[in-house]
Design a protein around this ligand. Structure first.
Ligand SMILES: Cc1cc2nc3c(=O)[nH]c(=O)nc-3n(C[C@H](O)[C@H](O)[C@H](O)COP(=O)(O)OP(=O)(O)OC[C@H]3O[C@@H](n4cnc5c(N)ncnc54)[C@H](O)[C@@H]3O)c2cc1C
Length: 431
């Protein structure tokens, strides 16, 4: 395989970063003017803000508002290079990576490729369900939901109509809860106005969760508050309920119940991306790569893994850290500091996670907040959720557009992005 073109052989050490999500991007930005050559590769040419995917899926935000072009961020950095490429394999013995566009040598490799949806081996569910792991997934859900309402209009049998209106969301974590709340508000405020010919009494939104509470990573009180808010919005929340199978238009539960729906959204599990070349002995549960407290793969030299991809297992975190943005960001900051310390001969610092709290929103003025030492709910939690998410978005323009969309949606109860825009694929000319 050829070497990736136009990346100069550096006079400085080269750090290769795989993935420009929360961890990869924070690492890259923390290495500005550090004296290293930095090469960032990602499958996409943009950073995606995953916590707001559900708002794109429910027509509340434009996809571009939660995506940021990576090249803009590196324009002023002379020793930074970005390539759209996929990591295919790591060759730790020769310190080379193979990517979809060629090979590249590294001095330090930081893998921050995140996770993928976990269907726990159930191919039927994988074939039927929609996932929410990328902006493209969110656009697909938006198009599908809107397309299903158009199809519902063509049904004369109420049962067939209901199957196009019904939604089944699996997984009561933040993604499932936020999605269920947003869909319930669409049902309440928007869809009956857009589709006056449809009978919305037929439409049911189901949220199925296998464990005994919602928002597993948050306090029990927040989980039960979220359940209370969802019930208020007429969502059918069922705990201790396992989805075991699916077929076109149907979702099967463990107790034998069958639900008819053409919209099955799977938010029930994440597993780490598999990286070829990492020894099997370094793979922990959920496919996460085992690293030490410096985010270093124990058996490999100069290979680091960050964020959702990695697992630091010790007495304080026997199951690893939660797969959330703050962990990814803080690990990246710590690694950047250590790599800079390395240049100046200073000692490395271990990663210590500072939990700043968790938030989830369910709808207008309905949110839950667990902060260190306090919990609050309703309007104050919703204001905090909005402020935190707005501040976390990259790009002033994006912040402005999101704030504007939120203000508009808040007062009008009518998000206006209900568009089914599909990319056109150019046909290959006949030979
Ligand atoms: C729908 C949803 C909602 C969420 N909501 C919240 C929330 O409210 N709060 C919170 O804290 N966390 C939330 N999370 C979790 C949070 O987004 C993740 O913990 C965080 O993104 C992890 O950061 P990361 O850098 O490890 O991976 P990611 O941010 O996933 O970044 C991985 C990057 O790697 C790239 N990539 C993947 N494979 C390859 C490859 N082979 N080669 C090259 N590039 C590759 C991807 O394109 C991506 O840019 C949510 C996640 C989802 C999916």
């Amino acid at each position: 395989m050829t070497r990736i073109a136009h990346i100069p052989v550096p006079q400085f050490k080269r750090i290769v970063i795989v993935g420009a999500g929360f961890a990869g991007l924070k690492l890259a930005r923390s290495l500005f003017n550090s004296g290293y050559q930095v090469v960032i590769i990602d499958k996409n040419n943009y950073h995606q803000f995953q916590p707001l995917f559900y708002q794109v899926a429910t027509a509340g935000l434009e996809p571009s508002a939660i995506s940021f072009p990576l090249r803009i961020l590196f324009q002023k950095q002379k020793r930074f290079h970005f390539r759209i490429a996929e990591l295919l394999e790591v060759h730790p013995e020769s310190k080379i990576i193979t990517t979809s566009i060629g090979e590249l040598e590294y001095d330090y490799l930081a893998i921050a490729a995140g996770g993928v949806t976990n269907f726990f081996g159930n191919k039927n569910i994988e074939n039927q369900a929609f996932t929410m792991k990328s902006v493209s997934d969110a656009i697909l859900i938006r198009n599908t939901i809107l397309g299903n309402y158009e199809k519902a209009l063509n049904q004369t049998d109420p049962e067939d109509m209901a199957a196009y209106l019904n939604m089944v969301i699996v997984g009561g974590g933040p993604t499932g809860v936020e999605m269920a709340g947003a869909l319930a508000e669409m049902k309440k405020y928007i869809l009956p106005k857009d589709y006056p010919e449809l009978d919305f009494d037929l439409m049911k939104i189901h949220l199925f969760e296998a464990s005994g509470n919602l928002l597993g990573g948050m306090s029990e009180k927040s989980g039960s508050k979220a359940q209370e808010y969802l019930k208020k919005l007429d969502v059918d929340v069922r705990l201790h309920t396992q989805v075991t199978d699916a077929s076109p238009g149907k979702v099967m539960l463990k107790d034998g119940t069958v639900h008819k729906t053409h919209t099955l959204i799977w938010a029930a599990g994440v597993k780490a991306i598999t990286i070829n070349g990492i020894p099997v002995t370094s793979i922990g549960h959920g496919g996460r790569i085992l690293v030490d407290e410096y985010n270093r793969v124990q058996e490999l030299k100069d290979v680091f893994v960050l964020g959702d991809n990695c697992l630091i297992q010790n007495e304080t975190t026997p199951k690893g850290h939660p797969q959330v943005a703050q962990v990814a960001i803080q690990q990246a900051k710590n690694l950047a500091k250590n790599l800079i310390n390395e240049k100046t001969g200073q000692s490395w610092q271990k990663f210590v996670y500072k939990d700043k709290g968790s938030l989830a929103t369910i709808g207008h003025n309905l949110a839950v907040a667990d902060l260190p030492g306090m919990h609050f709910y309703g309007f104050p939690a919703w204001v905090l959720w909005s402020a935190v998410h707005l501040m976390s978005i990259i790009g002033v323009k994006n912040r402005f557009f999101i704030m504007w969309d939120w203000i508009w949606n808040y007062f009008s109860y009518n998000q206006t992005l209900r568009l089914m825009i599909r990319p056109k694929i150019k046909k290959e000319p006949a030979e």
